[in-house]
Unconditional design. Structure first.
Length: 421
């Protein structure tokens, strides 16, 4: 049997089918996938067979805090403030006339003391003395002219009577001339008074007793009207302006526009400052307040008066000098029934943290009557004997577990005692 060439060629090109090679290729490709599936399955099985962790109850630890016990006691409210000392009367001396300085008082020096009526500066007066002489001469001439007119008028009147003339004119009786002479005499007298006034202005006299702030003139200087000679201030009384809020006014029992009277005295004030490294105190009182609040700062100024600050009002010889910045402690109203706590007990504007007997915290609102750097005075909200938290507490909430320091100390003492036994 013969085979055709075409059939033989096709038979020669087609490779023989190999089943084993196909299986090897399938296994080679599927093996990584099987390994991955097996690994994932193993992990899942191990997780399922692992015993569940034992659950533990969450323990809430109490927060240790410092506490203070509220105590009831009568309190006199003290309002604190600050202010600068100013002289009640202060003036600038100036020349009123032209002239050369002929004399300067040895007490007219910066910081020096002078008495009321003392001549501080004197200008050359010769020119003004001559002016008085001239004015006196003019007065004498005018007076003589007036007497002459009066005499001539009397002569004219007598002549008319002798002649029996009843109708005589004023001009004949020299009445207009007399009126003119009287006017000239008055004018001359006015010039004399002015000359005398100018002479008095050659002396600059102290209008009050006080001290010199500064002097700006010396002997020989030529001054004109308005020239500044120096600044002086009275030393009999000084004032200290203290800024008060509406709450301060209520604590002091003062009103707007308060003015001290003989029957209604202002509250006493203690002023303090450090002078030359030494603390000093002075005593005064509030004598008046402003009639309105400052529109920018919203405070009202009260004025503390200190009498004779360089004499009896001084502290062991140290005067309450002008320009000194002082602290003021003002005695206010008295509270008979009040609760006193440390200042650190106040939270916000009007609340405290109360440490209750069941060792939990309570946020309680209170009425604050007064507070300073150390004390907090309440009128309601806390009872005597209650414990109040004074240490910082973060994220405070009602019912929060706390433990006061005094209870911790008791626990530590009991534990130490048990250990020693």
């Amino acid at each position: 049997m013969s085979i055709s060439p075409m059939t033989y060629a096709e038979t020669a090109q087609k490779p023989p089918f190999r089943l084993g090679l196909l299986i090897k290729r399938i296994v080679f490709l599927a093996l990584p996938v099987l390994v991955l599936i097996g690994s994932v399955g193993g992990f899942v099985a191990m997780g399922a067979l692992k015993p569940a962790p034992e659950e533990k109850a969450e323990m809430i630890e109490a927060l240790p805090v410092l506490t203070a016990t509220a105590r009831a006691e009568p309190v006199t409210i003290t309002v604190h403030g600050q202010g600068a000392v100013t002289a009640r009367s202060e003036v600038s001396l100036a020349a009123e006339i032209t002239g050369r300085v002929a004399y300067v008082s040895p007490n007219f020096l910066a910081g020096a003391q002078f008495k009321q009526g003392e001549t501080l500066v004197r200008l050359e007066s010769r020119e003004y003395e001559l002016g008085i002489v001239q004015a006196e001469a003019a007065v004498a001439q005018a007076h003589t002219a007036l007497l002459q007119e009066i005499s001539e008028g009397q002569i004219a009147s007598q002549g008319a009577d002798e002649l029996g003339i009843s109708q005589v004119s004023d001009l004949t009786l020299r009445r207009p001339q007399r009126a003119q002479a009287e006017a000239q005499l008055a004018s001359a007298q006015a010039r004399l008074d002015e000359a005398r006034l100018q002479l008095t202005r050659t002396r600059i006299i102290a209008p009050f007793s006080g001290r010199v702030r500064q002097r700006s003139v010396n002997v020989g200087a030529y001054v004109s009207p308005g020239a500044q000679l120096g600044d002086i201030y009275a030393s009999d009384v000084v004032d200290v302006a203290i800024a008060l809020t509406d709450t301060d006014l209520a604590n002091l029992g003062l009103g707007i526009g308060f003015a001290e009277t003989a029957s209604l005295k202002g509250p006493p004030v203690t002023l303090s400052a450090i002078v030359a490294g030494v603390p000093h105190t002075w005593s005064g009182r509030i004598t008046r307040t402003d009639s309105g609040f400052d529109p920018e700062t919203r405070v009202l100024f009260a004025y503390v008066e200190v009498a004779d600050p360089y004499g009896k009002g001084a502290d062991n010889g140290t005067p309450l000098a002008t320009g000194l910045y002082v602290d003021a402690s003002i005695a206010g109203r008295a509270l008979e029934d009040s609760i006193v706590l440390p200042r650190t007990a106040l939270r916000g504007k009007a609340s405290v943290y109360v440490a209750r007997d069941d060792e939990t915290l309570e946020i309680r609102p209170v009425n604050v009557a007064f507070s300073d750097r150390e004390r907090l005075v309440l009128t309601s909200g806390i009872e005597e004997g209650e414990k109040v938290v004074t240490s910082p507490v973060r994220a405070a909430a009602n019912g929060m577990k706390i433990k006061s320091v005094d209870r911790l100390e008791t626990a530590f003492a009991a534990e130490a005692s048990a250990t020693n036994e």
